[in-house]
Ligand binder design. Structure first.
Ligand code: GZL
Length: 322
């Protein structure tokens, strides 16, 4: 074989070995995900964070994690820092629905795929994120409303006055849980929402706002609908301090299905919780790996959930994972 051909063959071989070594090295390089969390405002959020961190370590993913303390500007700062660090994937649970276009365009220009978990965003250009993994909050509102419609059949005649503790103003769960509940109860004119205010998904604020509701409306209140269990648990304290029996004098309906809600149901103080699973970690890791591997993923991945009335709380409690 001519000398020149031999040289070309050698170079080709060296190149092939080099490329395969490089691709193996790339394949072995752990995936790096930058996650911008809302905060630590509720039992639900703490369980969501634990699920993501646990799933990352089990999946061999390098997780960069930030807690925005429920402030959008902190989440935006975290996303910008992940872009600067050139992570492989950015994931976050948007504290509110709007105000994300600019920073998501920056991520797109940097060619970093974005995954939404838990909460949705309102953006004109849907290509700014690859997929949204989370619950159907409107359906959760309908489920809360359906429970009350059924219960109202055995309640004393006349109006049924409802007070509502909304989640964080502008957040997808607050907007959608309100919409689903109102649509459902509109089918029964006896059911009336007489007061509605945000408790920002926290126990402390839920208690504070319920105290104000009780001061303003007192014994007129028949039902509390809280957009999450933490606000309901805070409100239960306020109801008891007002000398009333939560779960009896005032029916208590909430959402999430955290352990605290099951304990309140077993104590007879909460009537029903609509499940909203925070255990999104494993799905997030798998979807991130699929995206980086170039696989197609659905635009919307909905978590499957149930409804837990007080009657089943004791039997279900041992099965709860959050
Ligand atoms: C719902 C999640 C909400 C929970 C609250 O997916 O965004 O935020 O219902 C949490 O407990 O604060």
């Amino acid at each position: 074989m001519k000398f020149a051909n031999k040289k070309i063959l050698q170079c080709t071989l060296f190149l092939a070995i080099g490329l395969s070594a490089a691709s193996n090295a790339l394949a072995d390089k752990p995936l790096v995900i930058g996650f911008a969390q809302v905060g630590a405002e509720s039992e639900w959020r703490s369980a969501n964070t634990a699920s993501i961190k646990d799933a990352a370590s089990k999946a061999g993913v390098t997780l960069k994690f930030s807690d925005a303390q429920q402030k959008q500007e902190n989440q935006i700062k975290a996303i910008r820092s992940y872009i600067a660090q050139k992570v492989d994937v950015i994931a976050f649970s948007p504290v509110v629905e709007s105000g994300w276009d600019t920073v998501l365009k920056e991520a797109k220009s940097a060619k970093i795929p974005v995954i939404l978990t838990d909460r949705a965003v309102n953006v004109t250009d849907k290509s700014l994120y690859v997929t949204f993994i989370g619950s159907d909050f409107v359906e959760e509102g309908h489920r809360a409303g359906r429970w009350l419609l059924e219960r109202s059949k055995t309640m004393p005649a006349g109006d049924i006055n409802i007070v509502e503790l909304q989640g964080t103003v502008g957040s997808a769960p607050a907007i959608d849980r309100k919409a689903g509940f109102e649509k459902e109860i509109a089918t029964n004119p006896r059911l009336k929402i007489i007061r509605s205010q945000t408790g920002d998904f926290t126990r402390a604020k839920g208690k504070e706002v319920m105290e104000a509701f009780l001061k303003a409306e007192g014994k007129k209140i028949n039902v509390l609908y809280a957009h999450n269990d933490d606000m309901a648990i805070g409100a239960i304290q306020a109801i008891e301090e007002a000398g009333l029996k939560p779960g009896k004098d005032i029916l208590v309906i909430s959402v999430d299905g955290v352990k605290g809600a099951f304990e309140a149901m077993m104590a007879g103080k909460l009537n029903v919780t609509v499940e909203c699973s925070p255990l999104l970690g494993p799905q997030l890791m798998q979807v991130a790996k699929d995206i980086v591997a170039g696989k197609a993923v659905p635009k919307r991945i909905t978590t499957l959930e149930g409804v837990f009335p007080a009657e089943v709380a004791a039997n279900e409690f041992p099965n709860r994972k959050y």
